[in-house]
Design a protein around this ligand. Structure first.
Ligand SMILES: *[C@@H]1O[C@H](CO)[C@@H](O)[C@H](O)[C@H]1NC(C)=O
Ligand SMILES: *[C@@H]1O[C@H](CO)[C@@H](O)[C@H](O)[C@H]1NC(C)=O
Ligand SMILES: *[C@@H]1O[C@H](CO)[C@@H](O)[C@H](O)[C@H]1NC(C)=O
Ligand SMILES: *[C@@H]1O[C@H](CO)[C@@H](O)[C@H](O)[C@H]1NC(C)=O
Ligand SMILES: *[C@@H]1O[C@H](CO)[C@@H](O)[C@H](O)[C@H]1NC(C)=O
Length: 462
């Protein structure tokens, strides 16, 4: 968007509201940042791969069946998959094929790169995990299908990755307090990789997290479905950690924990057209656990529908810790019967014992909510629960309208600074607009401030 229009619009808006002059600078900078989060969408060299069949001439098909896979859902196809991977990975232009119509039982496996050029992982059939936690390889306790060190690989097909998680869920300490709290495998992991495309797959019934993207860059996830029961513990849909330049688009996620969670060392994350429910919503965090450092910047959620989730758009940090969450925009979100539609929780405590307040915390600033509407289950449609010692700053709300079917709605604020404009319901007057010594006056930007005119407003797509 043209910065000039934005500035003009804000100039008029703020003049009209009679807000003090230096607020303008602040607001300009915040929105300028929110508009320009620097997430390029088409910068990944993503070799448009048509279905492998139409281009078979140039491709080398590596079918797991040719390596002895049985695909009856009972026989152990682990060795066949491992051998097929070795061949596919070392052969240029190969297609690692899991053919349709069968179900392959595969143990926890590391599928390691780097591989030869232009590898396609074509999953059309079903891959199932052994369902007994007792027999899981203890050396691979947290993973099932783990792909690492890949560059320029496409994962695609209409296949299903099924973690057979029910026994894992039953043995979780979230289900039964007498169980020990321990981690369980992630169904699909893409780790330490770059220029990766994942398209069309279904990931379901994971033992714990369904799909993790870690330490990777330039990842595109399109039309992926995640499906785990609403009461399955810690089964995050798509979890992003230590990764940059990630786009999730047209994904439908129903699960027992966050539909999407974005944690430490992640930046330039864009989510577009996301359906979430059941689940715990779209989250940044948790961050700052055990006094750790957490940094997440430049996150955009644009166009989402959340239905009967326990949270809508959430930022969660533990007391203690350091780092920051900065430059986030949640926009064009429709909520239906969501318990906490808009929430910042700096007192997050997912622990059997209570968490003490501390003086340090992960700092939260430059968070924008725009065009968010729908229904809330709780009275507190908006909650900005920020640390007394590390306040949230520059929270901006524009065109937010949240209603409760039978009753009133309100906004809770603790130590949260920001402002709203346009329709904001419930009112966010509890956001203090005084800038308590926090950041954000960039003098260089002042020179650009233009005279507001009507034309500019008309063309502004705020
Ligand atoms: C797969 O795991 C089972 C135990 O669940 C084990 O008996 C079997 O040997 C494993 N297969 C391979 C190829 O390691
Ligand atoms: C919880 O686990 C304990 C020990 O494994 C077991 O005795 C008990 O029946 C379980 N409770 C429920 C509600 O499943
Ligand atoms: C968070 O990421 C930073 C930067 O990569 C790293 O130094 C730090 O150890 C990470 N913190 C945690 C808790 O993993
Ligand atoms: C507001 O968000 C809703 C829900 O995503 C969308 O349908 C609508 O087009 C958006 N309105 C504007 C003005 O962008
Ligand atoms: C921590 O601080 C918040 C905000 O002041 C307060 O509401 C909460 O009760 C405190 N929690 C504890 C455990 O002291």
């Amino acid at each position: 968007m043209d910065k000039l229009f934005l500035v003009s619009f804000l100039g008029l808006l703020i003049a009209a509201c009679g807000v003090a002059g230096n607020m303008l600078d602040d607001n300009f900078n915040i929105l300028g940042e929110a508009e320009d989060l620097g997430i390029a969408e088409d910068d990944v060299e993503l070799f448009e791969i048509p279905s492998w069949t139409s281009e078979r001439g140039g491709k080398v098909l590596v079918n797991v069946d040719s390596f002895g896979a049985v695909g009856d859902g009972v026989s152990d196809d682990t060795q066949a998959f491992r051998k097929a991977w070795e061949t596919a990975c070392s052969t240029p232009k190969s297609v690692f094929l899991v053919p349709p119509g069968r179900s392959y039982l595969v143990n926890a496996t590391k599928f390691k790169g780097p591989c030869a050029d232009k590898l396609v992982v074509q999953i059309d059939g079903t891959i199932v995990a052994p369902d007994e936690p007792k027999n899981w390889d203890p050396d691979l306790a947290r993973l099932w299908l783990d792909f690492s060190k890949l560059h320029g690989v496409a994962f695609q097909g209409n296949g299903v990755i099924d973690g057979s998680g029910s026994k894992w869920w039953a043995s979780s300490c979230k289900k039964n307090k007498s169980n020990p709290c321990r981690g369980a495998p992630t169904a699909l992991t893409i780790d330490s990789s770059s220029s990766i495309k994942v398209k069309g797959l279904t990931i379901q019934n994971s033992q714990q997290m369904n799909f993790v993207i870690s330490k990777s860059e330039s990842v595109r996830v399109y039309e992926v479905r995640v499906s785990s029961p609403g009461d399955s513990p810690n089964t995050d849909g798509i979890h992003i950690t230590g990764s940059t330049n990630v786009v999730l688009q047209d994904c439908k996620i129903g699960t027992g924990d966050d539909c999407i969670s974005i944690v430490n060392a992640s930046s330039a994350i864009k989510m577009k057209r996301i359906y979430c429910g059941p689940g715990h919503g779209v989250s940044i965090g948790s961050l700052g656990k055990d006094n750790s450092m957490g940094i997440v910047t430049k996150v955009v959620l644009d166009t989402a529908f959340l239905r009967e989730t326990s949270n809508g758009v959430r930022i969660k940090t533990w007391q203690g810790g350091s780092g920051y969450v900065r430059g986030v925009r949640f926009e064009n979100v429709r909520m239906e019967d969501v318990a906490n539609p808009i929430i910042i929780d700096q007192f997050y405590c997912d622990s059997p014992t209570t968490c003490q307040n501390q003086t340090s915390a992960v700092q939260i600033s430059q968070i924008m909510y725009r065009n968010i509407s729908g229904t809330t289950k709780s009275e507190e449609a908006m909650k900005f629960a920020c640390s007394d010692t590390v306040p949230c700053s520059n929270i901006v709300l524009n065109n937010v309208n949240l209603e409760k079917k039978d009753g009133t709605v309100e906004t809770y604020c603790n130590s949260a600074q920001g402002f709203g404009y346009g329709v904001v319901h419930p009112s966010a007057d509890c956001l203090s607009s005084h800038d308590k010594g926090s950041i954000l006056i960039d003098q260089n930007e002042n020179a650009e401030l233009a005279e507001p005119t009507r034309d500019h407003i008309v063309h502004t797509e705020l």
